[in-house]
Each structure stands twice: as structure tokens, then as C-alpha cells.
Write a protein that binds this ligand. Structure first.
Ligand SMILES: [Zn+2]
Length: 306
């Protein structure tokens, strides 16, 4: 199962306790899958969607929020939900501020009536509904990306605005005919999952983030150590090469005694660090002293090479 589906399944199970939040979440779902039809002078709300998870949630939300029963039919791949009683159907439309819409898809309004989304709890519920319908999140082990794909720019702006109310900065980009609100920061995504109420998913994301950070830190350290090691190996090779050049041309005896000593020690211990080389001398010499002498030898060899 994808991480995205895991998050949605967790969100699908969340049912708002308050009626206002139920209405807010429904308003988001209806934006995507709802339509209003006028039959015999009465308006009816019809919901059609492919995903069983969303159909179930919608069914429960309407029944619980309005305390009425909903009919469900399945044809082709679609689940169709309808409030059978015409009077009650109008009541639902009124509560959802959709009574003015007739014979149209709910999304034609462009965004959800903000009167329904005044409280923080309702904004949270609205964002949850939107994520269920048009959201997706990538597997945190592969990278951080969360997005809401909207057909209407106004809805994208509305989502980004409410994210901002929770201090989550979403960016909007146009992708073909869609407006995409997206988050790229692991911390912002974790915060949003928290806002939506996907606490299990949030914990899983946080665990992955921690593991990534540790792995990143370890990698950086190993890379750094490898680089340092490589640097000293290269330096040692250059020193040996210089000493061998002097030996072949003028002989090591041409060097001052202090340089001769370090030259012999270096030839014997090609892998030793500067500090270790210094300890082989008597009396011992410090790291910077060893470095100084080896540098002199290299300068001498360079001079010989002209
Ligand atoms: Zn509320």
C-alpha cells in the first residue's frame, strides 16, 4: 500500500464530532463529487464518486451530521449517493449553502463558501476533505512531497489560505489545466498531517525523517573522513616520491641531518601519520615540526627537478 493511501485510510476513519465540522468536511467532498439537480421543482443533492473510501465517508458524514438516511447505488465504477427524501435533501443543501446552485456540479462555484469555514476546527475538517479528494503524498523514504491538485484556481487559493492559517506555507504551481498546491518540506508535511488528524502517518513520517537525518549525518562524516584519509595518503605519496628523487639524484646525505632523519622514517613508515612519524624520532618532534621538515624536503626535491 502506498503511503498516500495509508494517510487517506487514516483520514477516512476520522469523523468530526461537531455538526459544523461535519458540514465543513462534506462541503469539501461535495465540491469534487457533488451535483445539484432540480426535479419537479425540488432540488436534489447527488454524489457520485469512484473511490469506495470517499463514498463511505460521505455516506456516514451525511447520516451522522443530518441524522437522515442516504441511498447508495453502484453503477459501472461509480458509487451514487442520494438523499431519497426531497424535503430533507433541500435541508442538506441549505445547510451546505448550496441551495442557490441548480442543475450544476458543485465545483462550478469555484470554491467552498467560506461562511462554513470560519472556525479553526472547520478549516481543519475542510482541509481533510480536500486531501481525501485531491491530495497525495509521496513515500517519505523517497522524498518529501505533498500536493492538492485542483481544477479551479480559486479552490487552490482557498486551500493555500487555510494552510497559511495553520502557519504552513504552501506554494501554488499551474500544471497543465490544474492548479497544484504543494509542500516540499518534511517539517511542513508533518505539521499538515497533524492538522488533518493523521497522527499515525505523522509518526511514521517523523520516524523516517529522523532515520534520514542520522543516515545523512553518518554519510557526511564518512565522506569527510574518507576525504581526509585520501588527502593524507596523497600527501604521503608525494613525500615518498620527493625523498626517492633526492636519493636517486644527489643522495639523502646531501640533506641536513634533521631532514635526513625524517626522510628515513618516512620511507620506513609510508602509512604513518605526521604525529606518528614525529614519535619515531629521538628526541620526538611534534606534528607541525614534522610537517615543516617534510615540506623542506619537498621544496629541495622541487628545486632539483628545476
Ligand atoms: Zn468546526
Amino acid at each position: 500500500m502506498t503511503f498516500s493511501l495509508e494517510v487517506k485510510q487514516e483520514l477516512a476513519k476520522q469523523l468530526p464530532k461537531a455538526r459544523h465540522c461535519g458540514i465543513a468536511e462534506l462541503s469539501a467532498i461535495l465540491f469534487f463529487f457533488g451535483s445539484v439537480r432540480t426535479e419537479e421543482g425540488k432540488k436534489r443533492l447527488v454524489i457520485s464518486c469512484e473511490q469506495e473510501m470517499i463514498a463511505r465517508k460521505c455516506f456516514t458524514l451525511i447520516e451522522k451530521t443530518f441524522n437522515i438516511s442516504v441511498g447508495v447505488q453502484k453503477s459501472d465504477r461509480y458509487f451514487h449517493l442520494e438523499v431519497a427524501d426531497k424535503e430533507l435533501s433541500e435541508e442538506v443543501l441549505l445547510a451546505l449553502k448550496m441551495a442557490e446552485i441548480s442543475n450544476a456540479e458543485c465545483s462550478e462555484a469555484g470554491h467552498v463558501n467560506s461562511v462554513l469555514l470560519k472556525s479553526t476546527c472547520c478549516k481543519r475538517a475542510f482541509l481533510r476533505g480536500c486531501f481525501l479528494c485531491c491530495g497525495s503524498i509521496s513515500d517519505p523514504a523517497k522524498g518529501y512531497h505533498l500536493e492538492f491538485v485542483c481544477q479551479k484556481e480559486s479552490l487552490a487559493n482557498q486551500i493555500a489560505g487555510y494552510l497559511n492559517d495553520f502557519e504552513i506555507a504552501g506554494k501554488i504551481v499551474q500544471r497543465k489545466k490544474y492548479y497544484v498546491v504543494y509542500l516540499k518540506e518534511g517539517s511542513a508535511i508533518a505539521e499538515l498531517l497533524n492538522v488533518l488528524g493523521a497522527h499515525v502517518a505523522m509518526m511514521n513520517l517523523e520516524n523516517t525523517r529522523i532515520l534520514h537525518e542520522i543516515a545523512g549525518e553518518t554519510n557526511r562524516r564518512v565522506n569527510c573522513e574518507t576525504a581526509n584519509l585520501l588527502k593524507s595518503v596523497n600527501a604521503a605519496n608525494a613525500q615518498v616520491e620527493a625523498i626517492e628523487h633526492i636519493a636517486k639524484t644527489v643522495g639523502l646525505e646531501a640533506l641536513p641531518v634533521s631532514l635526513q632523519e625524517i626522510a628515513y622514517v618516512r620511507l620506513e613508515h609510508e602509512d604513518a601519520s605526521l604525529k606518528e612519524l614525529g614519535e619515531f624520532l629521538s628526541p620526538p618532534v611534534g606534528k607541525s615540526g614534522v610537517n615543516h621538515r617534510l615540506r623542506k624536503i619537498q621544496e629541495y626535491a622541487d628545486k632539483l627537478k628545476g
